[in-house]
Design a protein around this ligand. Structure first.
Ligand code: A1D88
Length: 264
């Protein structure tokens, strides 16, 4: 079966439950501070909307397990999230997923996996080297560059243990913890989950927009290069009318491009 034949396939439905403790651990794993009581203290808890993406990780994982791509070398290429309503502090979340599109980049295929629930709609772009060349459409190219100039650049430090901690929330791909698996994916050492980096950079962006990070409404971004635990990520923020644009780099190496976020 070639990669293009996965387009349109259902990945089924799943109900995932979680406790307040999981939402708090998630907030800490992506960089919430102990002083942010409404993210880390059950008496005041607001759940970060990006936590939903860890609950929905089963969907791209199901596609990999079904044999659509080589899970040792495929990486998370890009992410979209639209928040429809706040996540409850704990409970169950029913989701359904499908392969929305498969793009043929020649040397790679990109699988767009869409997950829907009452609380959010999200899409993962999985970049799968070696799975292209099936004669399909090339699909979208590079993301739009921010139209407004960067007003501020903020450094976001990542922690040496951040990937080891974040993986416990749901994404257990070995490349984030095992040096042998990281090398098989083409990297010199374990690298951070793209969704962890994306959630971490939202804190200064929300602060700059005068918003609470739990008030996230829409988010999109492309993972342009690996982030290694301990790296300091420089986030360039471009405030705009309807949305805030952003990109991030480590030195002169881009790691997040085409970022766009809006809050309620
Ligand atoms: C299971 C894993 C979970 C994770 O969380 S992994 C951690 C997070 N992800 C990462 O760290 C990945 C970081 N990104 C990269 O290392 C690179 O970035 C890629 C390996 C994904 C791609 O790099 P290259 O092979 O050099 O791509 P190109 O030759 O510049 O572009 C080939 C075509 O692919 C499109 N493309 C490139 N990068 C991405 C991306 N990240 N997401 C979606 N599409 C991408 C381009 O536009 C272009 O296509 P067009 O020629 O038609 O324009």
């Amino acid at each position: 079966m070639n990669a293009g034949e996965w387009a349109g396939r259902s990945l089924g439905e799943r109900t995932v439950d979680y406790a307040e403790r999981d939402a708090i651990l998630y907030a800490l794993a992506v960089g919430a501070k102990a002083a942010q009581l409404d993210l880390v203290f059950e008496e005041r808890l607001r759940v970060l909307p990006t936590f939903a993406l860890t609950l929905a990780q089963w969907a791209p994982d199901a596609l990999g397990s079904a044999g659509a791509f080589d899970t040792r070398t495929a990486v998370h290429g890009a992410q979209r999230l639209e928040v429809l309503r706040p996540l409850p502090r704990s409970g169950e979340l029913a989701m359904k997923a499908r392969v929305r599109d498969v793009w043929d980049k020649g040397s790679a295929a990109i699988f767009d996996v869409e997950v829907e629930s009452d609380c959010f709609v999200a899409a993962w772009s999985i970049y799968a080297p070696g799975a292209g060349g099936f004669g399909g459409d090339r699909g979208p190219s590079a993301p739009r560059r921010a139209s407004e100039p960067a007003r501020v650049t903020v450094n976001v430090p990542t922690g040496e243990n951040q990937a080891a901690l974040y993986r416990l929330l749901g994404d257990r791909h070995h490349m984030h913890v095992d040096p042998v698996a990281a090398r098989a994916a083409g990297q010199p050492r374990p690298f951070l989950h793209g969704l962890c980096t994306l959630a971490a950079v939202l804190f200064p962006i929300a602060a700059g927009a005068g918003a609470h990070p739990a008030d996230l409404r829409r988010l999109t971004g492309r993972f342009a290069g690996p982030v290694f635990p301990g790296d300091v990520v420089a986030v360039a923020i471009h405030p705009g009318e309807a949305a805030t644009g952003f990109e991030a780099s480590i030195g002169d190496r881009p790691v997040l491009t085409g970022g766009e976020v809006s809050f309620q």
